[in-house]
Write a protein that binds this ligand. Structure first.
Ligand code: HEM
Length: 403
């Protein structure tokens, strides 16, 4: 039985901790850096150096048995088709090489004016209201529309596609809510299957056609891997980006001086996005399963044990980021691990950064001052993701004209 600090209790499923996990993270880093959570049946690593070391060590820390912290008895690998994010080398190396060919920096850079147009359009819907819901009207739809357009989903299918993806993302398997999410996943697989056949016959200039055509060293994606990858883009690219934006709206509202500076000097926004990723990371933690025993901080973690890597805590580690609990848009936190590290480093990081920069610059230009109504906000209850289901936002005065 693993030994623990008697005063500490931590589980990623505890709703009270979800509200503000940072004080508990500090306790974990200082007093139990290799902590056994009996409630969640997992080891928890919270220090920057330990999380980083585990991320670059897939030979001991495997992703193949799933990466979401799940309550005992829930097997996430049964829920999804084979996914890049849940594979280890050598298959991961081959898959990543293939999908990277379709997910190129050029393809992302070309999306700039398109993302701009989507952001302007979404913000125009709430232009006349002094109170609106940031999640349902802005941070939620933006990534879903961007991914749908990237894949090449026709405009007329967009609403159906969005409702499936929202259902999938909001049903939370980490709480055992499978039903609606599984139905939505099945509908999406069917949809993507038919869509894939169409793109095989008639390739276009979109990501789906590029994926169908992408091959590396004589290898290509199987039908299942291709469908799994499309679904992964939705799951990995949707709620993460949504909550980066939602958390940013809250942090900037709580730091009006920084917000004013960013409004006056939009060129500082890219640096601020890095600090927002560090300060309130949308993905708080993901899991690995040990292939070999690991000894750490006087504890022996056994082969087969799961280990939760707390990115949200690593990014607040005072040893890596001096004065880590202070939000500072000038910090330039190049080492932040909000996108992970190593072989699974977020494939969509450039896209997420692009969306966040354009969204925040446009928002700041058009709505200089806002306040979030945290009393009415609804927090997302999810093991890995930190953010909101609903976030009412108010403007003290009439919105200024966008530049
Ligand atoms: C702020 C937004 C985002 C955050 C915080 C984020 C975070 C992450 C993290 C932490 C990982 C590493 C997983 C691991 O180590 O197990 C990851 C992987 C991944 N992300 Fe993101 N992500 C974001 C946006 C996106 C977007 C927009 C896309 C694509 C549309 C995307 C696609 C992926 C994919 C495909 C992987 C798997 C890479 C692999 O296994 O090789 N992500 N992301």
């Amino acid at each position: 039985m693993p030994m623990n600090d008697q005063h500490l209790t931590y589980s990623p499923f505890d709703p009270e901790i979800t509200e503000d996990p940072y004080p508990v993270y500090r306790e974990l880093r200082h007093h139990a850096p290799a902590y056994w959570s009996a409630q969640a049946n997992t080891w928890v690593l919270s220090r920057y150096d330990d999380v980083s070391a585990a991320l670059v060590d897939p030979t001991r820390y495997s992703s193949a048995s799933g990466i979401f912290p799940t309550p005992p008895g829930v097997d996430m690998t049964q829920l999804f088709l084979p996914m890049l994010i849940m594979t280890d080398p050598p298959r991961h190396t081959a898959l990543r090489k293939i999908v990277s060919k379709a997910f190129t920096p050029r393809r992302i850079a070309e999306l700039k004016s398109h993302v701009h147009a989507i952001v302007e359009d979404l913000l125009s819907h709430s232009a006349d209201s002094s109170r609106w819901d940031f999640v349902s009207e802005f941070s939620g739809p933006l990534p879903a529309i961007v991914i749908a357009d990237m894949l090449g989903v026709p405009r007329e299918d967009r609403d159906r596609f969005r409702s499936w993806s929202t259902t999938l993302i909001q049903s939370n398997p980490t709480r055992g809510e499978f039903g609606p999410g599984l139905d939505a996943a099945a509908a999406l697989y069917d949809y993507f299957s038919a869509f894939l056949a169409e793109r095989r016959a008639h390739p276009q200039d979109d990501l789906m056609s590029a994926l169908v055509q992408a091959e590396a060293d004589g290898e290509h994606l199987s039908e299942e891997e291709l469908l799994g990858f499309c679904l992964l883009l939705l799951v990995a690219g949707h709620e993460t980006t949504t909550n980066l934006l939602s958390n940013s709206a809250v942090v900037l509202s709580e730091n009006p001086e920084s917000r004013r500076l960013l409004t006056d000097r939009p060129e500082l926004v890219p640096g601020a996005v890095e600090e927002l990723l560090r300060y309130d990371s949308p993905v708080q933690g993901l899991s690995r399963t040990l292939i070999q025993p690991v000894d750490l901080h006087g504890q022996r973690m056994m082969a087969g044990d799961t280990v939760l890597l707390l990115f949200g805590s690593a990014n607040r580690d005072e040893d890596a980021f001096p004065d880590a609990d202070r939000f500072d848009i000038h910090r330039a936190p190049e080492r932040q691990v909000a996108f992970g590290r190593g072989i699974h480093f977020c494939l969509g990081a450039a896209l997420a950064r692009l969306e966040a920069r354009i969204a925040l610059q446009t928002l700041l230009a058009s709505r200089r001052d806002w306040e979030v109504d945290l009393d009415s906000a609804v927090r997302l209850r999810s093991g890995p993701i930190r953010g909101y289901i609903s976030l009412p936002i108010e403007h003290a005065c009439a919105p200024a004209q966008a530049e």
